[in-house]
Design a protein around this ligand. Structure first.
Ligand code: FES
Length: 126
């Protein structure tokens, strides 16, 4: 059996939503101290809806696939829904990840939460 699903390989080879949003109103960066991987998420939120999302991931293939899938899962969704996105949902949408690679999907959940946190902080500061 292949170690990684077709979906993981697809999102690793052709990651969706890679890049930077210059006028993002929510940016989050997280890392995993053990493997050294880093993930940065950019959100453009309008009327409480995620109009656009992009990411930059310096990390393993599973982290890239998880970032890509996570952005697909929240794009066009209300922020309230994005807040409930779990790493499990990301891994499931990828048709699974090996156990020892589950932390890569955790990074995607944390990056989105961190960007949403930044969005709320900026909003409050206004
Ligand atoms: Fe650490 Fe994948 S090995 S995020």
């Amino acid at each position: 059996m292949a170690l990684y699903s077709e979906k993981v390989m697809d999102h690793f080879r052709n990651p969706r939503n890679v890049g930077v949003i210059e006028d993002a109103n929510g940016v989050g960066e997280v890392g995993n101290a053990k493997c050294g991987d880093i993930m940065k998420m950019y959100l453009k939120v309008e009327d409480e809806v995620i109009k656009d999302v992009k990411f930059e991931t310096f990390g393993c293939g599973s982290a890239i696939a998880s970032s890509s899938m996570a952005t697909e899962l929240i794009k066009g969704k209300p922020v309230s829904e994005a807040l409930t996105l779990t790493n499990k949902a990301v891994a499931e949408a990828l048709d699974g990840l090996p156990d020892y690679k589950m932390h890569c999907s955790v990074l995607a959940e944390e990056a989105i939460k961190s960007a949403l946190d930044d969005y709320y902080k900026r909003k409050e500061a206004k």
